[in-house]
Design a protein around this ligand. Structure first.
Ligand code: C2E
Ligand code: CA
Ligand code: CA
Length: 725
C-alpha cells in the first residue's frame, strides 16, 4: 500500500499526538499522585517517629528518675550515710550494685552537702573517689535545678536530663537523699546512664524504631533523626534510626505493579493505534479510490472516451457559462461547429481503428490552436466544436478558422500512409447572432451547412440570409416533392459528348433541370442532395432514366449517359429496376451509359463490384464520373470493371494553370487506354484545353466549348450545328 504523506501527517497530528499526550498526562498524573502519596505518608510517618522517639526518651527519663527516686527516698540510705558515710561495703550492696544491677545505671555518685563526692560507683564497681571533674559541669547545671521542689508536701528534690559526659550522651539523674522524717539528709544521689547500644536497643524495643544509634555531629540519613537536647535546649547530637517509610514501602510494592500496568496500557494503546492506523488507512484509501472512481465517472460523464475532449453535455454547459459570463462585458463568444470532410471515406478505406486515430489526431491539432480559456469538444462522429471567449473583433474568429482549416488540411499519417482530410466550419457569435445556447447551436449549424454546400474546406460565419436560405431550403424540399408529382417543373436536358476532334457528337449526357416557379432555374448541385436527403432520389433517377431511354430511341447513333446517385446505386433491387425500365421503354441496355462516382465503389467494394458486373452483363456501359476528385488511385481502377472514365472538369480547367496537370492527365489516359477504357474529359471550355487534351490522348470531350445541356427539342440542332473551327 502506498501511504500518502498527507495521510501520515494527518494521522500523526489528529490521532497519534493527542493519544500520546493523553497517555502521558495520565501517566504523569498517576506518577505524581503516587509520588505525592508516598512522600506524604513518609512525611507523616517521619513526624510520628519524631513523636515516638521523643515520647520514648521522656518515658525512659521518667523511668530512670523513678528508679533513682526509689533509692533516694529509701530512708535507711539517709540514715546509714548520716551514721556511717564511709561504709563502702554497705553502699556497694545497697547503692552501686542496686542501681547498676537492677536498672543498669552505669555511674553512681553520692555527694555530700558541699557537693563533694563521698561515694563513687562506675561500671559495676566501686572506684576511688579521685576524678570527678568530668562530671562537674553537667552535675552543677543539674544541681541548680534541684532547688525546684519535687513535691510541695515533702522536701525531696530531684531532676533528670540528658547531658554530655566526655562527649558521650548520657541520661543524668540527681536527687536529694531523704533522711529521717522525710527531711533531706544533706546528701545528693547522682546516677548516669550512657546512651550506649544497650540503652538505645532498649529504646528501640520500646519505640519499635529500628537501628537506633547516636551521631554527635551531623545526622545520618534524612528524615530519621532526632536532635537530642538537654532541658536548656542545648544540642547534644542526633539520634538516628532506620526510618520507617510506609510510602516508600508501598511504592516498592505497587511500583512494579504500576509499571507493569503502564507497560500493558501502553502496549494495548500501541496495538490500538496500529489497528486504528490500518483501518483508517484502508478507509482513507478506499475513500481515495472512491473519489478517484467518482472523478473518473464524472470525467466519463462529461468527456468523450476516444479523445478525452469535453462531450456534448460539457460543451453545452461551457457554452452556457460562457454566455452567462459574456453578459457582464463587451466581449463576444463564438461557437465554431466543425465537420470533417471526407472522414467517412477514410474510415471506410482504412478501417475504424485508423478512423479513431484520425479523430484523436484532429483533437490534438485543434487543442493546440486554441487558447487555454477556449473549449474544444467533440459532439460525436466527425463533429467537433470550439467555444472561443473574449473576442474583440470578428477578425480573431476568422483567423482561428483559417488556421484550423490550414492545420487540418495538412496530411495525417494513418497505418503508415499519408491521408488528407479537410474541415468545414460554421460559426455563430453571441450576442450578434444569438444569446442562448440552442439558438447559437442552431445558427452555427446553418453556417456549417452553408460551408459544406459551398464546396467544403471552408468556413462560414452565420448571416441572417442563411437563416432565410434554410427556411427556403425547407420550402424548396416541399416544392420538390410536388414538382416530382406533377413533373411539370422538372426537365431533362442533354449535353453532347464529342469525339476528340470536337467535330462529332458521339453521345449525350442527361442532366436534370428544375424550373422553380419562384426561384427560377435551380441547379442539380442543389436539389439532387436535397432529393437524396428526402429519399426522392430513386424516384427522380428512374424518371430521368425513363426520359433518357425515350430519347435514345430517337437518336439511335448516340449513347445516352445517365447519372446514378450512390443512394440509388446501393438501393436494393437497383439492377432489376433499371433493367425493367429499359425493357419497358423498349430500348436496349447497350444504349445506356450509367455514370457513377468513386464514392459508390469505396463504400462497399464487394457489393459495388457485384452490381457493376451484373449491370455490364445486362449490357449497360459504366462510366466513372468525376474521376480524380476522390481518393481512388489509378490502380484502384483495376478492381472494377468500367467502360469509361470521365476526368473531372477541375483537371481540365487546371490545364495551363497548374504545372503538372498535363502529366497527370497523360498518366490517367495512358492507364485508361492500357485497360481498354474510353477516357472522356469534362468541362472543356477553351480551344487550348481541347488541344492539350487531344495531345494527351483523350478519346472524348464534353464542355461548354461545344454546348451546354439543352432541352430535348434542341438535340437536333446540336447534331446539325458542328462547331465551327
Ligand atoms: P456531372 O455529372 O459532373 O455533370 C456535369 C456538370 O458539368 C453539369 O452541371 C454540366 O452542366 C457541367 N458542365 C458541362 N460542361 C461544362 C463546362 O465546360 N464548364 C463548366 N463549368 N461546367 C460544365 P449540372 O447540370 O449543373 O449538373 C451538376 C451535377 O448534378 C452533375 O455533375 C451530376 O452529378 C448531378 N446531376 C445532374 N443531373 C442528374 C441526374 O439526373 N441524376 C443524378 N443522380 N445526378 C444528376
Ligand atoms: Ca455526369
Ligand atoms: Ca462529372
Amino acid at each position: 500500500m502506498k501511504i500518502s504523506e498527507s495521510f501520515r501527517s494527518h494521522f500523526i497530528r489528529e490521532v497519534l499526538i493527542p493519544l500520546i499526550l493523553v497517555l502521558l498526562v495520565t501517566f504523569l498524573a498517576a506518577s505524581f499522585t503516587v509520588w505525592w502519596a508516598t512522600a506524604k505518608s513518609n512525611e507523616n510517618a517521619a513526624a510520628e517517629q519524631q513523636q515516638i522517639i521523643q515520647t520514648t526518651l521522656t518515658q525512659s527519663l521518667n523511668e530512670m528518675i523513678k528508679q533513682h527516686r526509689s533509692l533516694a527516698l529509701w530512708q535507711p540510705l539517709g540514715r546509714r550515710l548520716t551514721r556511717a558515710p564511709q561504709d563502702t561495703i554497705w553502699l556497694n550492696q545497697n547503692v552501686g550494685s542496686w542501681l547498676s544491677d537492677m536498672f543498669g545505671h552505669q555511674l553512681v555518685y553520692i555527694l555530700d552537702a558541699k557537693n563533694q563526692p563521698i561515694y563513687r560507683w562506675e561500671n559495676g564497681k566501686n572506684v576511688p573517689l579521685a576524678r570527678f571533674s568530668h562530671l562537674q559541669q553537667p552535675v552543677t547545671t543539674l544541681m541548680g535545678k534541684l532547688k525546684v521542689p519535687f513535691s510541695s508536701t515533702d522536701h525531696h528534690r530531684e531532676t533528670i536530663d540528658y547531658a554530655l559526659i566526655d562527649n558521650r550522651p548520657v541520661a543524668l539523674a540527681a536527687g536529694t537523699i531523704a533522711g529521717e522524717n522525710g527531711l533531706s539528709a544533706g546528701f545528693t544521689l547522682i546516677s548516669v546512664k550512657y546512651l550506649d547500644d544497650q540503652y538505645l536497643s532498649a529504646l528501640s524495643e520500646r519505640s519499635l524504631l529500628r537501628g537506633l544509634r547516636y551521631a554527635d555531629g551531623h545526622p545520618a540519613g534524612a528524615g530519621a533523626n532526632y536532635l537530642l537536647k538537654n532541658s536548656e535546649g542545648n544540642s547534644l547530637g542526633y539520634i538516628s534510626w532506620q526510618p520507617y517509610a510506609p510510602g516508600t514501602e508501598m511504592l516498592h510494592v505497587i511500583g512494579p505493579v504500576a509499571l507493569a500496568v503502564v507497560l500493558i496500557i501502553s502496549l494495548i494503546c500501541g496495538v490500538m493505534i496500529r489497528r486504528l492506523w490500518l483501518s483508517s488507512l484502508t478507509l482513507s484509501q478506499s475513500l481515495l479510490q472512491l473519489s478517484a472512481s467518482e472523478a473518473q465517472a464524472q470525467h466519463l460523464a462529461f468527456h468523450d472516451v476516444l479523445t478525452g475532449l469535453p462531450n456534448r453535455a460539457l460543451v453545452e454547459d461551457r457554452l452556457n457559462q460562457a454566455l452567462g459570463r459574456r453578459m457582464h462585458n463587451e466581449e463576444q463568444v463564438a461557437l465554431l461547429l466543425l465537420d470533417l470532410d471526407r472522414f467517412k471515406l477514410v474510415n471506410d478505406t482504412y478501417g475504424h481503428h485508423a478512423g479513431d486515430d484520425l479523430i484523436i489526431s484532429v483533437g490534438h491539432r485543434l487543442t493546440e490552436l486554441v487558447k487555454d480559456t477556449d473549449t474544444v469538444g467533440r459532439l460525436g462522429g466527425d463533429e467537433f466544436v470550439v467555444i472561443v471567449q473574449g473576442i474583440r473583433s470578428p477578425r480573431e474568429v476568422q483567423q482561428l478558422c483559417e488556421s484550423i482549416i490550414e492545420s487540418l488540411a495538412r496530411p495525417f499519417t494513418l497505418l503508415g500512409c499519408e491521408t488528407w482530410i479537410g474541415v468545414s466550419i460554421g460559426v455563430a457569435t453571441a450576442p450578434d447572432d444569438a444569446s442562448d445556447r440552442t439558438e447559437m447551436m442552431r445558427k452555427a449549424d446553418i453556417a456549417l451547412y452553408e460551408a459544406k454546400s459551398h464546396g467544403r474546406g471552408q468556413y462560414r460565419v452565420f448571416e441572417g440570409v442563411m437563416d432565410e436560405s434554410v427556411k427556403t431550403r425547407q420550402q424548396v424540399a416541399a416544392d420538390l416533392r410536388i414538382a416530382l408529382q406533377n413533373k411539370r417543373e422538372l426537365a431533362v436536358y442533354y449535353q453532347p459528348l464529342m469525339d476528340i476532334s470536337g467535330q462529332q457528337v458521339v453521345g449525350l449526357e442527361a442532366l436534370m433541370r428544375w424550373h422553380h416557379p419562384v426561384h427560377g432555374l435551380i441547379s442539380p448541385n442543389e436539389f439532387i442532395p436535397l432529393a437524396e436527403e428526402m429519399g426522392l432520389i430513386i424516384q427522380i433517377g428512374e424518371w430521368v432514366l425513363r426520359e433518357a431511354c425515350r430519347v435514345s430511341l430517337a437518336w439511335p447513333d448516340l449513347s445516352i449517359a445517365v447519372n446514378v446517385s450512390p443512394l440509388q446505386f446501393r438501393a436494393a433491387g437497383f439492377v432489376e429496376r433499371i433493367k425493367a425500365i429499359v425493357k419497358q421503354e423498349k430500348t436496349l441496355p447497350t444504349r445506356i451509359e450509367l455514370e457513377i462516382t468513386e464514392g459508390v465503389l469505396i463504400e462497399d467494394e464487394k457489393g459495388a463490384q457485384e452490381i457493376m458486373s451484373k449491370l455490364r452483363q445486362a449490357g449497360f456501359k459504366i462510366a466513372l464520373d468525376d474521376f480524380g476528385t476522390g481518393y481512388s488511385s489509378l490502380n484502384y481502377l483495376s478492381h472494377f470493371s468500367v467502360d469509361k472514365i470521365k476526368i473531372d472538369r477541375s483537371f481540365t480547367q487546371s490545364l495551363g494553370v497548374t504545372e503538372n496537370s498535363v502529366a497527370i492527365i497523360e498518366s490517367v489516359v495512358r492507364l485508361g487506354q492500357a485497360m481498354g477504357l474510353t477516357v472522356t474529359a469534362e468541362g472543356v471550355e477553351t480551344d487550348s484545353q481541347m488541344a492539350a487534351l487531344a495531345e494527351a490522348g483523350c478519346n472524348q470531350l464534353q464542355g461548354f466549348l461545344f454546348s451546354q445541356a439543352v432541352p430535348e427539342a434542341r438535340i437536333a440542332d446540336l447534331l446539325s450545328h458542328r462547331k465551327a473551327g
